[in-house]
Design a protein around this ligand. Structure first.
Ligand code: SF4
Length: 444
């Protein structure tokens, strides 16, 4: 009987790819993966430790899974915690969570099956396996894709050199390491060969791609090569850094029909003093110029950003500037986060601090403002024809299927509900938009 493993993946798409690789390796080595935590002999939680809510979610999940180690709870014999949380807290985490049998840092992804076999054989070694982060995805590693239907993420680099003042990622994930273009293309080909039709290109900063490689291959060339994969239908780019959004990149997005006219450009704030304090490189003028340039060069482009409210020193007038910017920029999708003071980051000791209540209030104010803008933009789409990737059945009473159009990335943006009978998950259909609200569209 193969040993059963239940995996929980928390955090961002980059972490999800690590989980998919671990699942692929475990399946290859004879483990059986089960969606039921209660029937698993081993439970593996792949964690995120980016900000406080992510850590809270990780600890809650670990404790919930630990309850399945009791005779009344389930069959779990071993609980393993992997990813960013052990990588960040190492031995201190191991001391705080005695119910966990093994902690695997981000380097241990390729060795996961070896570690689990040792656990099952009762070989007690070091409980805490964390070291300098050097792991880089490669096409030789198997992956079990967990995203719906025809979509897969493609990680082109690991780590980050940007060192934004609030961010702990460079410490957890190490310096920026690009994968060689041939290796990325090999993985993309294999994914497309398995039926993937939408590839979503990710990294901590996709626009830094290639700067650390011989010959400095750049992102536009890589996107062009990926777009030439025959049966690929959509190619989508996430996590770009405004300063490195070049005309060459805009040109390839405008030119290649498979590239979604969609730019995810996290800017974090628009106040120049705060951008400097955040150690962000571009200023407000550059951000405005890049937005205008994107719109000029890519007709109909959907723009997404993420913002941080409550960074130390965000005075009422600086916040007002951000609020006014939403109305001025009229971006399609905006994610709004409250600042989380993170140990070991340059901003850790920065003041003056903003109270939690003010941060939440400011976030709420921006959310309300943006909701109106997103709804107005969505309403302008009524009557247009949109290509939609069907993801599966929906619970909507009038629109029995759910999917996404090119303007919508999975999980972070809204969805498109679709009318019609017998649509297959993974199919592409072109339909007219009939209705729209703040986040979602309805097509028939
Ligand atoms: S670009 Fe900045 S926010 Fe993003 S991962 Fe790198 S350091 Fe963190």
């Amino acid at each position: 009987m193969p040993e059963t493993v239940h995996m929980v993946s928390l955090g961002c798409p980059k972490n999800l790819i690590d989980s998919e690789v671990m699942a692929g390796l475990l399946a290859r080595k004879g483990f059986r993966l089960t969606p039921e935590a209660t029937e698993a002999a081993i439970i593996l939680v792949n964690t995120c430790a980016f900000i406080l809510p992510a850590r809270e979610e990780a600890i809650e999940t670990i404790l919930r899974m630990a309850a399945l180690k009791t005779p009344a709870g389930g069959h779990c014999r071993h609980l393993v915690v992997a990813g960013c949380l052990p990588q960040r807290y190492g031995a201190a985490l191991a001391r705080a969570l005695p119910e966990v049998d093994l902690f695997l840092g981000v380097n241990e992804v390729p060795a996961v099956a070896v570690h689990l076999r040792r656990l099952l054989a009762g070989q007690t070694g070091r409980r805490n396996r964390t070291g300098k982060p050097t792991f880089l995805m490669d096409a030789g590693l198997p992956r079990l894709i967990s995203t719906p239907a025809a979509t897969a993420y493609l990680k082109i680099a690991e780590g980050c050199n940007n060192r934004c003042a609030y961010c702990v990622i460079p410490t957890i994930r190490g310096p920026y390491r690009s994968r060689p273009p041939e290796d990325i293309l090999r993985e993309a080909e294999a994914l497309v060969g398995q039926g993937v039709r939408e590839l979503i290109v990710t990294a901590q900063d996709t626009t830094a791609y290639g700067q650390d490689l011989p010959g400095r291959p750049a992102l536009p060339g890589l996107l062009h090569d990926l777009a030439s994969l025959k049966t690929l239908k959509w190619l989508r780019l996430l996590y770009t850094y405004p300063e490195r959004l070049t005309d060459a990149l805009f040109e390839v997005i405008a030119r290649e029909p498979k590239l979604c006219k969609y730019i995810d450009m996290p800017i974090q704030h628009i106040d120049d003093d705060l951008l400097v304090a955040m150690h962000r490189r571009g200023n407000s003028a550059l951000i405005r110029e890049r937005i205008a340039r994107a719109r000029g060069m890519i007709p109909g482009v959907a723009l997404r950003t993420s913002l941080i409210v409550g960074f130390p020193g965000e005075t009422p007038s600086r916040f007002k500037r951000l609020h006014a910017f939403l109305a001025e920029a009229r971006l399609d999708h905006v994610g709004i986060f409250t600042y989380s003071r993170e140990e070991g980051t340059p901003a850790e000791s920065r003041g003056p601090e903003i109270s939690e209540a003010t941060k939440q209030r400011r976030r709420g104010t921006l959310m309300v403002r943006q909701a109106g803008i997103s709804e107005e933009i969505n309403r302008t789409l009524i009557g247009t024809r949109q290509e939609i990737l069907i993801e599966g059945p929906s619970a909507h009473p009038e629109y029995p299927f759910v999917g996404r159009c090119r303007r919508q990335a999975p999980d972070i943006d809204g969805v498109t509900y679709v009318r019609g009978g017998r649509l297959r998950a993974g199919a592409f259909v072109t339909r007219t938009i009939l209705a729209a609200d703040t986040y979602d569209l309805c097509a028939g």
